[in-house]
Design a protein around this ligand. Structure first.
Ligand SMILES: C[S@@+](CC[C@H](N)C(=O)[O-])C[C@H]1O[C@@H](n2cnc3c(N)ncnc32)[C@H](O)[C@@H]1O
Length: 264
């Protein structure tokens, strides 16, 4: 039987040719993430950057047009190396791609031993891992005062799918991120927005999910006529996206909360 990671990889691998045309919400999230970076990172040179779940590299490309940086390592489960070769040529920036599970921090660390990043970025990807255990580990990869900036999805994401089909990922609330991050990070930005998308039919809605790589929400899930009819009647072919945005700064040792366990 395939592992959950293999299913995720397969979903996004299959969507390689359709993702860019259909992932409008994810692309809007990239733009918002860049705007948040502009607001908080006043230096034009962002130093050494690590991007997790980079997909086709559009965020890296846009970032290269707006900022300077020393190095950029982009990681994804799916092989996007050809896209990155092209981006590197087009932007004349040093942007490396690593095909890996971004939870494998040893492999990521081995790529640039001894480097502590100035910025860790991720757009629309963090929801695929257990954020409670994963996010705190990112502190070790960052310089003191380094920035963790990411977008992901909140608890109302795909709420209609959960209600009608019982499928969905474990999305978190903004207050959960305070609990997850507060001992090592100071949160400088956190907010969510709701984006309801209406489709011409329920079939078009499920095709949209497939074309954006999201066919691994639940192992063994099968679409049937009753589900389609039920969805159309209850939700009028609307699918809600619930993007959330966070920007947090790694605390320096002196600024850690006194009762933080990692400070003892
Ligand atoms: C919704 S796409 C977002 C892609 C890109 N960041 C964007 O903004 O369009 C999620 C990406 O995360 C990748 N991904 C999911 N889980 C991953 C993991 N554990 N390690 C590496 N990549 C992962 C998928 O392969 C996919 O390319």
């Amino acid at each position: 039987m395939q592992t959950q990671k293999e299913l995720i990889q397969q979903g996004f691998q299959r969507a390689k040719l359709t993702y860019a045309q259909n992932a409008n919400v994810q692309q809007a999230m990239q733009q918002k993430l860049l705007a948040i970076l502009h607001k908080h990172c006043k230096a034009r040179n962002l130093g050494n950057i690590l991007e997790l779940g980079c997909g086709n590299g559009l965020l890296a490309q846009n970032l290269a047009l707006n900022f300077e940086f020393e190095s950029y390592l982009a990681v994804d489960l799916v092989d996007f190396s050809n896209d990155f070769i092209k981006i590197q040529k087009d932007t004349s920036h040093k942007i490396d791609f690593l095909q890996a599970d971004f939870e494998d921090l040893v492999k990521i660390g081995n790529k640039n031993p001894d480097l502590q990043y100035d910025l860790i970025l991720s757009n629309a990807s963090m929801q695929w891992v257990n954020q409670w255990s994963f996010l705190p580990q990112l502190s070790a990869l960052l310089q003191p005062n380094g920035i963790l900036a990411f977008s992901t999805f909140g608890t109302e994401n795909y709420q209609e799918l959960r209600a009608s089909c019982g499928i969905g990922l474990e999305y978190l609330e903004l207050k959960d991120y305070v609990e997850i991050l507060q001992s090592d990070f100071k949160i400088l930005e956190s907010f969510g927005v709701r984006i309801p998308l209406r489709f011409s039919s329920t079939l078009a809605l499920f095709k949209h999910l497939r074309d954006t790589g999201v066919n691994s929400l639940q192992r063994g899930f099968k679409l049937n006529k009753k589900l389609l009819t039920d969805y159309a009647v209850r939700f009028h072919n609307v699918l809600t996206y619930h993007p959330i945005y966070l920007l947090a700064q790694k605390r320096s040792l002196e600024s850690k909360p006194k009762d933080s366990p990692s400070n003892s």
